[in-house]
Design a binder for this molecule. Structure first.
Ligand code: VGL
Ligand code: ZN
Length: 185
């Protein structure tokens, strides 16, 4: 990873890793890969995007949404995996989906504790190239990567660091991203 780059880690949270009905494929491997990547690149900032829902979020089945309850603020399911916790920094952590009425798949909609967006903080870090890993390829990874690309960042998605809801959707999304001009490593 070169100078001027940053790593964005999307939703490597317990509910997407071992959370019953939302545990995602390749998520344990994605966490292991992410940890190695961070340790091998200590000079590259790691930014964490976190699904962070109220208990009555509109995306949950009980409210008519498509998902089982997940990543409820204050529960283990919404916490970053322990293997990555040593690298989590508050200013570089962006919560999204905090408003019950609004679904937010993109890390671009997240805010850190000081209210700053991912794009703002990437700019203050002088990052122009953003490596993306995380869960899930088809939803939050794709939407975050797409918004980064549209905002003018060079985006490199690392396949080994991805987890997915469904393998066919993951493969389809990678194909779509290649067609749309993303670099997939
Ligand atoms: C996600 C489903 C619901 C994701 C978040 O992180 O991809 N998927 N909320
Ligand atoms: Zn969610």
């Amino acid at each position: 990873m070169e100078t001027g780059s940053a790593l964005v880690v999307v939703d490597e949270l317990y509910d997407f890793i071992d959370g019953g009905s939302l545990a995602c494929g390749h998520s344990v491997e994605a966490v292991e890969y992410t940890k190695k990547l961070i340790e091998a690149n200590p000079e590259i900032p790691a930014l964490f995007v976190c699904d962070h829902h109220p208990a009555d979020h509109s995306s949950f089945a009980e409210q008519g949404g498509p998902w089982p309850p997940h990543c409820v603020a204050g529960t283990r399911g919404g916490e970053v995996h322990d293997a990555l916790k040593p690298y989590v920094v508050e200013e570089l952590t962006f919560n999204k989906g905090c408003d019950a009425a609004v679904e937010q798949y993109s890390g671009f909609d997240g805010r850190n504790a000081a209210g700053q967006s991912l794009a703002e903080v990437l700019k203050t870090l002088d990052a122009t190239c953003v490596y993306v890993v995380g869960i899930a390829t088809e939803y939050c990874v794709y939407n975050t990567a797409n918004d980064l690309k549209n905002a003018g960042f060079t985006v490199k998605v690392i396949e080994k660091g991805l987890g997915y809801v469904a393998e066919d959707g993951h493969i389809e999304t990678l194909k779509k991203m290649r067609e749309e001009g993303f670099t997939i490593l």
